[in-house]
Design a protein around this ligand. Structure first.
Ligand SMILES: [Zn+2]
Length: 222
């Protein structure tokens, strides 16, 4: 991997170039806003710089889109939790009050994780109980984990685990995760029967799932 000197107007652009035996050039913008160019070995840096210049409008748009998927823990930064917007501010302890999340100056990420674990425990437990009562599901206990690979899981014994990262989802998306795991207490697989069960409660689950998948980057936060 090499770094191409960006042109003047693009001084703030971080461009990584990966050269290989491929035959075409590809340009992509990562979730962190950095740019990756994959190019054949013989393509010169100047040619790549010209291509970036030609696509600068598209790049700018993609970078704006990716901004909402970046975690900023500085004072004044906004954070979407449970579908609601909060602003971060300095405080002695990690606490959520009205529209503000107070975080200590030191070890902010760890303090936020502890806060989100508590909040996710309350939210996901309430939601699970409500849906279980409404639709007649029974389950074992609820655990809150730091899982990165999945939003939730359900064991054979009926223990339902949720990643604390579900706090970053909207309420509808959290509802989907809860319904998904509760349906696993009836079908331990992703069979047609399982999805029929999910669809009975959330007919638009495919659309919700698409929204959640687009937020996969959250798994790499914190
Ligand atoms: Zn599943």
């Amino acid at each position: 991997m090499g770094i191409v000197e960006p042109c003047k107007e693009q001084e703030n652009l971080q461009v990584s170039v990966i050269r290989s035996s491929r035959k075409t050039i590809s340009l992509s913008v990562n979730e962190d806003g950095s740019i990756v160019v994959k190019a054949p070995k013989y393509v010169r840096d100047a040619q790549i710089a010209r291509m970036i210049e030609r696509h600068k409008l598209w790049i700018a748009r993609r970078r704006r889109e990716s901004e909402q998927f970046r975690l900023d823990l500085s004072d004044g930064a906004a954070l979407m939790l449970f579908g609601k917007r909060y602003v971060l501010a300095a405080g002695r302890h990690a606490v959520l009050k009205e529209d503000t999340i107070y975080l200590p100056k030191k070890d902010r990420a760890a303090a936020l994780i502890a806060l989100l674990k508590n909040l996710a425990r309350i939210t996901m437990t309430d939601l699970t109980h409500n849906i279980a009562i409404q639709y007649g599901f029974s389950f074992g206990r609820i655990r809150i984990t730091s899982a990165r690979g999945r939003w939730g899981s359900c064991s054979q014994a009926g223990t339902i685990s949720y990643s604390f990262r579900t706090a970053f989802l909207t309420q509808t998306e959290e509802l989907y995760v809860v319904v998904h795991e509760l349906c696993h207490t009836r079908h331990m697989d992703h069979s047609a029967l399982f999805w029929r069960e999910v669809a009975k409660i959330l007919p638009n689950y495919l659309e919700i799932r698409k929204g959640i998948r687009a937020k996969g980057v959250i798994m790499r936060w914190l």
